[in-house]
Design a protein around this ligand. Sequence first.
Ligand SMILES: Nc1nc2c(ncn2[C@@H]2O[C@H](COP(=O)(O)OP(=O)(O)O)[C@@H](O)[C@H]2O)c(=O)[nH]1
Ligand SMILES: [Mg+2]
Length: 262
Amino acid sequence: MSEAEGYPGIGRVLVIIPTYNEAENIRLIAERVRRAVPSVDILVADDNSPDGTGAIADDVAASDDHVFVLHRPGKEGLGAAYVAGFGWAKDKGYDVVVEMDADGSHAPEELPNLLDALRDVDVVLGTRYVPGGSVHNWPLHRLALSRGGNIYIRMALGMPFKDATGGYRAYRMGVLDKIDVGTVASQGYSFQVELAWRAYRHGLRVAEVPITFTERERGASKMSGNIFKEQLLRVTGWGLRARRDALMAKLGRKQRTGSTWP
Ligand SMILES: Nc1nc2c(ncn2[C@@H]2O[C@H](COP(=O)(O)OP(=O)(O)O)[C@@H](O)[C@H]2O)c(=O)[nH]1
Ligand SMILES: [Mg+2]
């Protein structure tokens, strides 16, 4: 297959990398992605980073016609950057979008594993918490927060995924319309949970593929207490609503069939 047709059996792939103050990382990650899978394109979605990430990304794009930059006016959170990137991908006719962090936590060298798995499904979640997956250089409290968060999500939502908060994923483009991604309200990392939840509720085919997550060596994390709180509140709300809907559906059915409901 020629490079113009994209990744074999998958088509044209756009790797979206959201950035906020990733000046020390953006050049390296773009190079690693291009080396690992030369057929993919990259879109850097930068929120006008004060450290000049956007200008460095422009520089990379100027010397590589597979790299593009979406300049956004200011910091609006990971979710908004991805939604804008998805819209860009749709306009340009890509077949698949990939989410990837800029800080090297998601190894571009593992991207073929995600894309190969996508041949049989609609969404691939890169997963730290299945056999073969791993987390490196995270302090214990961060690991506990992530693992505990995922256990809570499984309990609250009754969805089977082992890693619903991860940010290394591949989606077929058609999926994003099906789950109406433009209406996703989450700002921070609950964006990832919301997309997994919508995919699950729509009965889409979702696969989890093991990944090796390595904490950043350069630059600062944007994780905050508020981001964690947003996730907790939203997940609890979705879980309660799902239970209420299930109950209403059950009661409605009983009413119609004239069973025990008065
Ligand atoms: N465009 C944009 N990118 C963001 C924002 N917040 C985080 N990111 C990017 O999202 C990715 C993950 O963020 P990071 O700080 O590494 O979070 P952590 O890995 O959970 O500690 C990185 O590429 C960040 O630069 C934001 O508000 N806007
Ligand atoms: Mg990170």
